[in-house]
Design a binder for this molecule. Structure first.
Ligand code: OAD
Length: 259
């Protein structure tokens, strides 16, 4: 089969399917300018996750951890959704049984959805919102009480005192991000697993598929008889388990396969 035939087959599959789960990773945002984690210039090539993305690291040096997340917020804040995010947003807006579960913390799927909704003058249903499996760069939660909330302002990481603190109890706020060694929000994970098991198609975009439990979601679809389609310029640990692997970038391929 030629790459063109495979593209056409996937397009037909996605056109006829109703229940679609889209699982995305850092690669979907690469063409927006957001760095990936494991590529040649990936964040984990130049930074050590155990010093920046664990509860122990935050306990040891919250200033350093906040400085790093402040830097990432700065990068992502200057980025916009790309043609891949936009195509996915249009699909989820049009088909209420299509849903995005993302490992990304950059908020670009939500921005694309807002943009698509504005263009169609349609209010997105809460059920179309992307499931943010690993949290968000622009949310915080309190280390001392259950307070959580949006936080888009600049982070002053010049000293431990200047870091954001809880307005309710005064304790230090932390990024609302799932760090290494931490569990995903059980409700979000359960919803993603239910959607994966029920999906006719799991479309997996821009992830190396090495971080659990996200990497297992397409396997749930396959076990329940659904199809797994991968979009990635490189081969990944999922490739051998995918029914189709489209080699190309998210911004190039997604607008060509999504109805
Ligand atoms: P990775 O950096 O591990 O993988 C990025 C994937 O995107 C690779 O397979 C690339 O080939 C692919 N890619 C690169 N450019 C692309 C493009 N333009 N279009 C499509 N694909 C492209 O990122 P993730 O798999 O998302 O967790 O990493 C998973 C988790 O590991 C992250 O959520 C993060 C990290 O530690 C936390 O921070 C909790």
């Amino acid at each position: 089969m030629t790459p063109g035939d495979e593209l056409g087959e996937v397009r037909d599959l996605l056109k006829s399917a109703r229940r679609i789960l889209v699982l995305t990773g850092a690669g979907v945002s690469a063409e927006s300018g957001v760095p990936t984690f494991r590529g040649s210039d990936g964040l984990w090539k130049n930074h050590r996750p155990e010093l920046l993305a664990t509860p122990e690291a935050f306990h040891r040096d919250p200033r350093l951890v906040w400085e790093w997340y402040g830097w990432r917020r700065g990068i992502v804040g200057a980025c916009n959704p790309n043609a891949g995010h936009d195509a996915l947003a249009r699909t989820t807006l049009r088909n209420s049984d299509a849903r995005i579960a993302t490992q990304n913390v950059d908020g670009l799927h939500a921005s694309a959805l807002e943009k698509a909704a504005e263009a169609t003058v349609r209010e997105p249903l809460p059920s179309t919102r992307p499931l943010e499996l690993h949290g968000s760069l622009f949310r915080v939660r309190c280390t001392g009480c259950p307070v959580t909330g949006k936080h888009r302002g600049p982070i002053d990481a010049t000293s431990a005192h200047s870091l954001p603190h809880c307005s309710e109890c005064g304790a230090l706020l932390r990024p609302d991000i799932v760090w290494f060694g931490e569990a995903l929000d059980p409700q979000i994970l359960e919803e993603a697993m239910t959607l994966a098991a029920a999906a006719e198609v799991c479309l997996v975009v821009g992830t190396s598929s090495v971080v659990q439990p996200a990497a297992s979601l397409p396997r749930l679809t396959r076990q329940s008889g659904g199809r797994v389609v991968e979009v990635n310029p490189e081969e990944t640990s999922l490739t051998s388990a995918a029914h189709s692997s489209l080699r190309g970038t998210a911004a190039h391929i997604l607008p060509r396969i999504l109805p």
